[in-house]
Design a protein around this ligand. Structure first.
Ligand code: MN3
Length: 235
């Protein structure tokens, strides 16, 4: 009888522990996993003349590294440190309130830049093909309309932020911009193409001419990779 009670109490404890939201919990062991700066898939000068080497070097090695460092610090001691960066941003509303803003800023900075580097290639440019081209025609009427809307979102975003092509919750393409480092994952969307319109992304070469930077970004878009990301998102 005694043994049965003990067993029941143990089961209740296990059940309530597994119900407790992991993201709220403090974690007292040292995490081996921490987020790290992804290697660029090309050289700093590979996107010249559209994106200059000095901008790429500072942007990747200083700005993105800075977001990664701040993210690891903000996650220190939280179970949320074990989530992938995409899952972390999807669930960031559940993170402890005193850490949430820091994790939105630094985690958003990490996930947004990680996508941005993949979105560009020295062999980029041209127009989307295949399934993505069909989806653009289905959801955004035409490539020309996509381009006009995307450029407008990126150019008109006041202050710092990002212009996006995303797959929304219904599997449809959408274009919009976000402020600061806010990520489309926070809205339950999957970003597949993003343009960084913080001044640090273009100021050395373009100064105040953001629209010229946005126009030239199209010369380096890696549509093959964007198409892969689209197919993964709608799978
Ligand atoms: Mn940036």
């Amino acid at each position: 009888m005694k043994r049965r009670n003990f067993l029941r109490r143990s089961l209740i404890t296990v059940a309530s522990l597994s119900i407790a939201n992991k993201l709220f919990a403090d974690h007292h062991e040292k995490h081996d996993q921490s987020h790290s700066l992804p290697k660029l898939p090309y050289g700093y000068d590979a996107l010249e003349p559209h994106i200059d080497a000095r901008t790429m070097e500072i942007h990747h090695s200083k700005h993105h590294q800075g977001y990664v460092n701040k993210l690891n610090k903000a996650l220190d001691g939280l179970d949320a440190a074990e989530l992938s960066i995409e899952d972390l941003m999807r669930q960031v509303h559940e993170v402890k309130k005193d850490r949430r803003r820091a994790i939105i800023n630094s985690g958003g900075g990490h996930v947004n830049h990680s996508l941005f580097w993949q979105n560009m290639s020295p062999k980029g440019g041209g127009t989307p093909k295949g399934d993505l081209a069909k989806a653009i025609e289905r959801d955004l009427a035409s490539y020309e309309n996509f381009r006009e809307k995307f450029d407008r979102a990126a150019t008109k975003r006041f202050g710092s932020g990002w212009g996006w092509l995303v797959v929304n919750g219904e599997g449809k393409l959408e274009i919009y911009s976000t402020a600061n480092q806010n990520s489309p994952y926070m809205e339950g969307h999957t970003p597949i193409l993003g343009i960084d319109v913080w001044e640090h992304a273009y100021y050395l070469k373009y100064q105040n001419r953001r629209s010229e930077y946005v126009k030239n970004f199209h010369n380096v878009i890696n549509w093959a990779r964007v198409t892969e990301l689209y197919l993964e998102a709608v799978k």
